[in-house]
Design a protein around this ligand. Structure first.
Ligand code: A3P
Length: 294
């Protein structure tokens, strides 16, 4: 352990107004959220954890990059598109010039009231929840502030019960979707980005009103591939490292595929999941992609 570093003990979930959050959240910051001052020019990327947040940060960062993209050294994704509800190292991300770019994992009920009925653009990215569960399972081994699950089976139950940080996946997606008319919002799936990264970049930039030339789009696509993000510390969070993360476990850029759940779910777990999914998401007509055939 290097000087000045201390280990982080995994903490139990922290309940805030009925929602499971974690020890990296502070009550002080969460209390600011309800009346947070939102600007029309702000951009919010909303995700449930493990749904491609870091990918979206990288894409949005590049969509808003001006200047000579060929030579320009990129800034850290989490500095350009910081986490709304967490303040890192007391850096003030609120007083930035417009357009401020943010990401948030907050459930609908905890987001700033001022985000509603505004022009502020919101992009909600969702991922098929079987892959979210697998990705979240591995993330628990990577994040030192989360308890390491015994095995995937026990974690899956915890995930289904919403006993994880940022609470229940089903409620997160359903509530944001059911309240979509209150926002200037676009829904997009992680899998559609995988299927055609270029088309996704164009959809995001159109929605955000950023007209990009072909060269700019080429660079975004090139810098947002799994391979290139995995090798770029500006994009992959690698430099956060110890003590928050366990560097010997798979990091944020783990596999980046669709259908890894098939390597983890038993047949019984899959049938149980399908029943619960069917019941909870029957009135949410979002398109899900569970696997992509070659
Ligand atoms: P896996 O664990 O399945 O590999 P988040 O940023 O919300 O924590 O999501 C992390 C997930 O997004 C990880 O999934 C990660 O590999 C995937 N991801 C990140 N960047 C990606 C990219 N460029 N292409 C495909 N998947 C990506």
């Amino acid at each position: 352990m290097a000087d000045g570093e201390s280990s982080i003990q995994p903490n139990k979930l922290f309940n805030y107004k009925g929602y499971n959050l974690s020890s990296i959240h502070t009550i002080e910051r969460l209390d600011q959220m309800e009346n947070y001052d939102v600007r029309d020019s702000d951009v919010f990327v909303v995700t449930y954890p493990k749904s491609g947040t870091i990918w979206m940060q990288n894409i949005i960062k590049h969509i808003y990059m001006d200047g000579d993209l060929q030579t320009e050294e990129c800034e850290l994704s989490y500095s350009v598109v910081p986490w709304l509800e967490i303040t890192h190292n007391k850096i003030n991300t609120d007083d930035r010039p417009s357009p401020r770019l943010f990401f948030t994992h907050l459930p609908y009920q905890l987001i700033p009231k001022a985000l509603k009925n505004k022009k502020t653009k919101v992009i909600y990215v969702y991922r098929n929840p079987k892959d979210v569960a697998v990705s979240y399972y591995h993330f628990h081994k990577f994040a030192n502030y989360l308890e390491t699950p015994e095995n995937f089976g026990t974690f899956l139950q915890t995930f289904l019960n919403g006993q994880v940080v940022n609470d229940c996946w089903f409620n997160h997606v359903r509530n944001w979707y059911n309240h979509r008319h209150e926002f200037n919002i676009m829904f997009h799936s992680y899998e559609e980005i995988i299927k055609d990264l270029r088309v996704a970049v164009l959809k995001f930039s159109n929605f955000l009103g950023r007209s990009l030339d072909n060269k700019h789009v080429d660079i975004i696509v090139e810098r947002s591939t799994f391979k290139n993000m995995k090798s770029n510390p500006k994009s992959n969070y690698e430099n956060i490292g110890f003590p928050i993360f366990n560097n010997s476990a798979a990091g944020f850029m783990r596999k980046g595929t669709v259908g890894d759940w098939k390597n983890n779910f038993t047949v019984a777990e899959n049938e149980m999941f399908d029943r619960i999914f069917e019941e909870k998401m029957k009135n949410v007509p979002l398109k899900y992609t569970w696997e992509i055939s070659d």
